[in-house]
Design a protein around this ligand. Structure first.
Ligand code: 8YV
Length: 317
């Protein structure tokens, strides 16, 4: 009998799905109608779980999988998995470390330029035939220059560093905040998020959300100020979304480029209706290249764990 695998999130690379199906019996949790009954009946036979960074796996479900040998996250976020509990079980939790860095940083810069230059509002203006109706140049307000902006990065991990490299190429002075100063970086460290916001034209959120919830609140947004922009390519819950919606509606910040939200796929109406926001549906790593590399890492991690080896991408063992 083939090894039983529970998949909590789809993988969008057909060749990897074919490979998985050839090697294992893959149960797609998202296609099961009565998930509780299924788990009750089959939980004991599951040896590997594949999940997404945002989806993770609940402690309750983990407790129903006694034969589990690995949780392979198809992503880098570990905030939706109880790592301490997995550690206590000696259970490897793996992530696709390094695979999505470039794409996420690319999208952060894309969102920031789009927000500063009103690219999406401009697109709608042309697409809707408004340009023909209002051909005078003053019909669209002047935008904000991105090159040279003071960029503040929140979380200087792989993605934060890749954003810094890109923004530096646009002549942007970089400051950052993190749990501590990093001696290998040429950028200015700022100890508090509020001070970073006060000294930035744009804040880019690249931090892990494991322990940081709602850190971008009204006080931080007001420190960023009415000419400041917020970009989030990390996790929605880093931001107090109600505070953000109010700040956007009142023009207390200039704009936001958001790939992630507190309660995906639900996005507050204020954020959806504002011309100050540029929105994406959690797509930062969603390219063929990156998703193929991530899926390959997932496959490798599962194979290593099932062979009794410590997966090279394990964060817990
Ligand atoms: C992934 C993410 O694309 O890496 C993460 O933690 O949230 C996403 O960027 C997602 O996990 C895909 O399954």
């Amino acid at each position: 009998m083939k090894t039983q695998i529970l998949q909590l999130n789809p993988i969008l690379i057909p060749a990897i799905n074919d490979e998985l199906a050839a090697l294992y019996e893959v149960h797609k949790h998202f296609e099961i109608t009565d998930q509780a009954a299924w788990l009750q009946q089959h939980g004991a036979s599951i040896e590997a779980v594949i999940t997404g960074g945002h989806t993770g796996i609940s402690r309750e479900m983990l407790e129903r999988l006694p034969a589990l040998k690995v949780v392979a996250i198809n992503g880098v976020g570990t905030d939706a998995v109880d790592l301490a509990y997995c550690r206590s079980r000696g259970l490897p939790v793996t992530a696709t470390l390094g695979a999505l860095t470039e794409d996420v940083a690319d999208l952060a810069i894309g969102l920031l330029i789009a927000a500063c230059r009103n690219i999406c509002a401009g697109d709608r203006f042309v697409r809707d035939g408004q340009w023909e109706l209002h051909p005078q140049p003053s019909a669209i307000p002047l935008a904000r220059r991105f090159s040279g902006m003071r960029v503040g990065i929140v979380g200087m991990g792989r993605v934060g560093r890749a954003v810094a490299t890109r923004a530096s190429a646009f002549g942007c002075p970089i400051r950052y905040t993190d749990l501590h100063r990093m001696d290998d970086l040429p950028y200015e460290f700022v100890a508090t998020l509020q001070d970073l916001a006060r000294n930035s034209d744009a804040l880019v959120l690249c931090a892990a959300a494991d322990k940081a919830e709602g850190i971008v609140d009204a006080a931080v947004l007001d420190a960023l100020g009415p000419r400041g922009f917020l970009v989030n390519v990390a996790r929605g819950r880093l931001v107090n979304e109600a505070d953000l919606a109010e700040a956007i509606a009142a023009g207390r910040i200039a704009g936001a480029g958001l790939d992630v939200f507190v309660d995906e796929p639900r996005v507050p109406l204020t954020l959806r209706q504002s011309d100050r926001t540029t929105l994406q549906a959690h797509r930062a790593s969603a390219t063929w290249e990156t998703r193929a590399a991530m899926a390959r890492m997932v496959l490798d991690s599962v194979a290593q764990a099932l062979a009794g080896d410590r997966p090279t991408m394990s964060l817990t063992t």
